[in-house]
Write a protein that binds this ligand. Structure first.
Ligand SMILES: Cc1cc2nc3c(=O)[nH]c(=O)nc-3n(C[C@H](O)[C@H](O)[C@H](O)COP(=O)(O)OP(=O)(O)OC[C@H]3O[C@@H](n4cnc5c(N)ncnc54)[C@H](O)[C@@H]3O)c2cc1C
Length: 394
């Protein structure tokens, strides 16, 4: 039996897989993307908060993707104390994730990549002459398709992490709601270690009286938690989505033989906020470029440069974010109150307003400086939290 052959078959047609496909196809590779959903970008599982400036270094979202511009971010403590940080200078926007994925799909197709929707990858096995055989089932016909390829690119996101039993995934619930108590441009996070242990609830207005609202926490029922958050706030719920967020940091090896992990399946997601659009798009482009180089040179070892390049840009920051995450998990609600109070102190909030959205862990520490960070550590209650914060400046 003869199968169609590709340089790369991609599992998952979302931000990571489509960025890869666009870059690899533009460099002459024969690429096929298999997406299990019937339509790229649907259902929308992400809230689309992203730094336009940073994303534009990779693939700028077109104007039709922009739903709103973020002017401020407010952090609310468990007791209701809040600190508002200006964000106008950061060029953070809320994008329509579905529209952005459509944009990426159009770009990938225009460069020559092929896309099959409604096709679920269910097996990757060694094939003849060092190739891989990728098996996919088409939901429309229930038939099985097989493809030969030099590389399989796993861009299947959280399902890949689940399949490999990676820890760090927590369930999140997100609703799109209509309401009149949030203001366009004003993103809010709500910290409470009892209600949202280790994470938070969030409100991301997206214009026209709509907002994307979500909640996640270690060991909590995210839907119940979000319903309880909304019980004192008047909203009309338009959509409800359950989707896991990943906080475990990058995986050890982005390339395993002829399988290349891209996007969330490679752990390219911020361990603090679970934002993964930027690092996944960057990962897709880098993997596409190095695969083209590697195949042109006939040297598989060149693929290692994909991880090296991604690490060079994001590695240090993601490690720091992971340490901040560990610190946050150790905080009690009293500690959280003290942190929010410290952030509200004169000078700190204004300095934080101009920090980097995507490299916020380094920016936060350099803004606070060693002295303020140690002062902060001294007011925390739990010994673990004190130690974790102190270790950041050592
Ligand atoms: C509730 C929530 C809110 C978020 N908000 C933000 C935010 O505001 N900003 C931000 O930067 N990040 C956010 N993220 C994170 C962001 O969505 C992810 O990091 C990003 O989508 C990862 O992209 P990806 O392409 O790697 O994977 P995904 O976007 O998860 O895409 C994986 C794709 O693979 C497909 N697939 C899965 N299995 C198969 C299979 N076997 N065969 C074929 N196809 C398959 C899926 O259908 C999907 O299309 C949020 C995540 C969640 C859950």
């Amino acid at each position: 039996m003869s199968y169609r052959r590709y340089d790369a078959v991609v599992g998952g047609g979302s931000v990571g897989g489509l960025s890869f496909a666009m870059e690899a196809a533009s460099r002459g590779l024969k690429v096929l993307v298999l997406e299990e959903d019937k339509q790229v970008g649907e259902p929308e599982k992400c809230d689309g908060l992203v730094s336009r400036r940073a994303l534009s270094k990779y693939i700028a979202p077109s104007e039709r993707c922009i739903q709103s511009t973020v002017k401020s971010g407010t952090v609310n403590s468990p007791s209701g104390r809040s600190v508002t940080l200006g964000a106008s200078r950061l060029d953070v926007v809320v994008i329509d994730r579905s529209a952005y994925e459509e944009q990426l799909a159009e770009s990938a197709l225009s460069k020559g990549a092929e896309l099959r929707t409604g096709a679920r990858v269910n097996g990757v096995v060694p094939g003849p002459a060092g190739d891989l055989v990728v098996t996919a089932s088409a939901s429309a016909s229930a038939s099985t398709e097989r493809y030969l390829c030099s590389y399989y690119v796993d861009a299947t996101g959280p399902s890949s992490l689940v399949g490999r039993k990676r820890s760090g995934l927590i369930p999140a619930a997100k609703y799109e709601v209509e309401g009149d108590w949030f203001e366009d441009g004003g993103v809010q996070v709500f910290l409470d270690q009892e209600k949202y242990p280790g994470f938070f609830a969030w409100v991301i207005p997206r214009g026209n009286g709509l907002a994307k609202i979500g909640a996640a926490g270690l060991g909590v029922n995210s839907f119940k938690t979000l319903d309880s958050f909304l019980s004192t706030r008047k909203v009309n719920i338009r959509t409800r989505v359950a989707a896991p967020i990943y906080l475990g940091g990058p995986i050890d090896e982005f390339v395993l033989g002829r399988t290349v992990f891209v996007g969330e399946s490679a752990g390219q997601v911020k361990p603090t906020t679970a934002g993964g659009i930027l690092a996944s798009v960057a990962g897709g482009l880098m993997a596409g470029r190095w695969m083209a180089e590697s195949l042109a040179a006939g040297d598989p070892k060149l693929m290692a440069n994909y991880q090296k390049e991604w690490e060079k840009v994001f590695g240090k920051e993601f490690r720091l974010m992971k340490r901040l995450r560990t610190l946050y998990q150790h905080l009690s609600n009293d500690d959280v109150e003290k942190m929010v109070a410290a952030l509200s102190s004169p000078g700190v909030a204004s300095k934080l307003s101009s920090t980097d959205f995507d490299f916020h862990a380094s920016a936060l520490l350099s803004t606070l400086g060693a002295r303020t960070t140690l002062q902060l550590a001294s007011v925390l209650i739990s010994v673990e939290a004190k130690n974790a914060l102190t270790s950041l400046v050592e």
